[in-house]
Design a protein around this ligand. Structure first.
Ligand SMILES: [Zn+2]
Length: 163
């Protein structure tokens, strides 16, 4: 996708509560060098051990990663049904009525297959929000349509074998 910012679409983006700078950052992240896939962790300990022995810059693009104040720990998401730690996988998702495919979105899911626990991770939600606003801005003539529900059938899952 090629982006050109003119006053019109910047103004339009503004209506969607998205900062143009934020958009270009996300777009850069999208086209950045390929990062190694983050393995699926079976436990928080396994995850901690992994990060203690690997260089995070090979896995995480810190230019687009969100910075959290030191001492702030996000609670690990757990399944509300069986209490197990939710796992992460990466999916490509069509957004904005199929006009944009956003790649490598982190999706949380329950290892026991409880479908209602399947959801995008917060930072992935944020990227989707930006791309949807962006797509709308790219077609300013389009009439506002009812927001389509994201159907699970359109999700291409690139699942890796558990390590
Ligand atoms: Zn579950």
């Amino acid at each position: 996708m090629n982006l050109e910012w003119d006053e019109d679409n910047i103004e339009h983006i503004g209506e969607h509560d998205v900062d143009p700078e934020e958009v270009s950052e996300v777009l850069q992240g999208q086209t950045m060098r390929k990062l190694k896939p983050i393995p699926q962790f079976k436990s928080e300990k396994e995850e901690a051990d992994f990060w203690a022995s690997h260089d995070t810059t090979e896995y995480v693009d810190w230019n687009t990663a969100e910075v959290i104040a030191p001492g702030t720990f996000l609670p690990s998401p757990h399944c509300s049904i069986d209490g197990s730690l939710l796992l992460s996988r990466y999916v490509d998702l069509e957004v904005a009525h199929g006009t944009v495919v956003v790649r490598n979105l982190r999706q949380l899911y329950c290892r026991h297959g409880h479908p209602r626990e399947t959801r995008l991770a917060p930072e992935a939600e944020e990227r989707v929000r930006i791309f949807e606003a962006l797509a709308l801005a790219m077609e300013p003539e389009a009439k506002p349509r009812k927001k389509a529900k994201r159907a699970p059938a359109r999700v291409a899952v690139a699942e890796r074998p558990a390590t």
